[in-house]
Design a protein around this ligand. Structure first.
Ligand code: NI
Length: 389
């Protein structure tokens, strides 16, 4: 591919953004998406690392700057879409029924490709190596673990991530030092009672009454056990029991999620959920069994990296605002998690304003295309800034 001038590059990125938007693929099914990313990067002369991934890929730009040093850093771009019927008023709507890029990952892909192209053109200025991780299945919370099964992160010193942000206008970057997304855990509680006639509850043990007490008790964790200065929450989101009006069932089941920022709170929550479920059930003569499923940890933005993001934004005349922390999760956190990586890898995850509009995961969510080139330039500059730091 010949070197494109700014206008040409912008058109190239927007055209490809629209292609990705029209062809959304769900987690772990990003076959066409991966093939297209491979095609575009190859066309731009960018090296792709030979990892045996079903979907997703890792590209690399090797600096030729002097003095050459051994810095290796990474940028994560997630690539998957959601099972949503699109309602966005755009001429490049999803062509795949029931699937949609409603989280802006099509923007992540194109801004990432744009940054790689810009960095490749400036590799004489680049003193280290930058890996571009095009990651599958962020929406399933575990795609990062697929990437981490490879050795791609072994030599990476720090990792950058970003997300489309419909709360802010184009030209605004949300940055914050500290926790920005929560640890995501899921629990299932199975309550076992003794079934009986609805008119003779004295003949059985009512698992619905015990479950109701458990639901109430679980909400005491945040108010009585967790430090009041620590963000944390628990939601019971599903509860099922019984089949009809005049039979007390033998079992009940509930499911929910716990969100925390602090590592210790996460451990505390699991312990208290198990205790409250088990002992409350026992108080009603029932039994409860708790299944705990850990998702990604909380994302923590490194202070030095957050400052690089700020300085770079100022350099481009962009406005910076405090990034809104979210009780939502992002599996970006796995890349910087000590338990997963066996070492501390500083990370920073910023929010790039993509035009104020419908929230992410909304059927009418859309990205203002005018953000794509500026975002690519911004990311390239952040990656260069880390090098020269
Ligand atoms: Ni997302």
């Amino acid at each position: 591919m010949n070197r494109l001038d700014e206008k040409q590059l912008e058109k190239y990125l927007i055209d490809n953004f629209e292609w990705f938007h029209r062809h959304p693929e769900l987690p772990y099914e990003e076959v066409q998406t991966t093939a297209k990313i491979r095609e575009l990067l190859t066309e731009a002369g960018i090296e792709i690392l030979p990892y045996d991934l079903d979907t997703g890929l890792v590209a690399v730009v090797r600096g030729q700057g002097k003095p050459a040093d051994t810095w290796t850093i990474a940028l994560r771009c997630d690539i998957d879409a959601l099972p949503i019927v699109e309602e966005a008023d755009v001429p490049y709507r999803s062509e795949i029924p029931g699937k949609m890029h409603a989280c802006g990952h099509d923007f992540h892909i194109t801004a990432g490709i744009g940054a790689a192209i810009l960095l490749q053109e400036r590799k004489e200025e680049l003193c280290g190596t930058v890996k571009f991780i095009f990651q599958p299945a962020e929406e399933e919370s575990h795609g990062a673990l697929k990437i981490l099964e490879t050795d791609v992160m072994d030599d990476v010193e720090c990792i950058w991530g970003f997300h489309a942000d419909p709360i802010n206008a184009v030209g605004v970057i949300g940055i914050r030092e500290g926790y920005v997304t929560a640890a995501v855990d899921r629990f299932v509680i199975r309550v076992k009672g003794v079934g009986c006639h609805g008119a003779h509850p004295d003949d059985g043990i009512d698992p619905i009454l015990a479950s109701s007490a458990i639901v109430q008790g679980l909400q005491s964790i945040v108010s009585r056990n967790v430090n009041a200065f620590h963000p944390a929450l628990l939601s019971v989101t599903r509860i099922q029991a019984g089949t009809t009006w005049n039979v007390i069932p033998a079992d009940a089941e509930m499911e929910g999620t716990v969100r925390t920022m602090d590592r210790e709170d996460r451990i505390l929550y699991e312990k208290r959920v198990r205790e409250i479920a088990g002992r409350t059930a026992a108080a009603y003569g029932a039994e409860a069994e708790t299944e705990w499923v850990q998702g990604p940890p909380a994302t923590y933005n490194d202070g030095k990296m957050a400052r690089i993001c700020e300085t770079t934004a100022e350099k481009f005349g962009m406005k910076t605002v405090p990034e809104e922390s979210s009780m939502g999760g992002d599996d970006f956190a796995y890349y910087e998690d000590k338990d997963t990586m066996c070492r501390d890898i500083p990370g920073c995850y910023v929010k790039i304003g993509t035009g104020v509009g419908h929230p992410i995961h909304h059927p009418a969510f859309c990205v203002d295309e005018s953000v794509i080139l500026p975002a690519a330039k911004y990311l390239a500059e952040v990656l260069l800034a880390e090098e020269s730091d």
